[in-house]
Design a protein around this ligand. Sequence first.
Ligand code: A2P
Length: 156
Amino acid sequence: MEKLHDAGKVRVIVVSNFSSKKLGDLLSVARVPPAVNQVECHPGWQQTKLHNFCQSTGVHLSAYSPLGSPGNVLKEPIIISIAEKLGKTTGQVALLWNIQMGHSVLPKSTNQERIKKNLDVYDCTIQDDWTIQEIKQARLLRGDFMINPQSVYKTH
Ligand code: A2P
């Protein structure tokens, strides 16, 4: 990838599903550091350690499954109560949380109304004391199929 970058064939190098450990290992050898790490991230899997590591190393964190699909993140009482306070949908609250964290989001929707609503989140703010950090954390996509038994990395 660095050779492609040198040749001007790619503008940036990005990675996905890199933990802090894997990202740290990569950064210690990369001549062209990755610009983006795309990982599962939503109020039910907040990736606090990785968020801090990405911030301190200048790697942008991009969230996939930002709505916590296929889990129950949008049914969390804390999310519902914030949605009521802001007059937004629970989906909008989940997206807004990621955006306020400085992450980009890629919500999928085939529904025109929801696509419009998912863009309409920039007129309000989730307050720090609305306890979103207290939501029980659980990873939804375990990714067992991605582990290569021959690799030095034996875990997710
Ligand atoms: P639909 O296509 O019917 O809108 P994720 O991006 O986290 O994987 O979630 C994608 C799923 O979430 C899709 O099934 C999509 O269904 C649904 N979805 C998209 N936007 C919203 C929203 N604002 N609120 C609830 N569900 C949503």
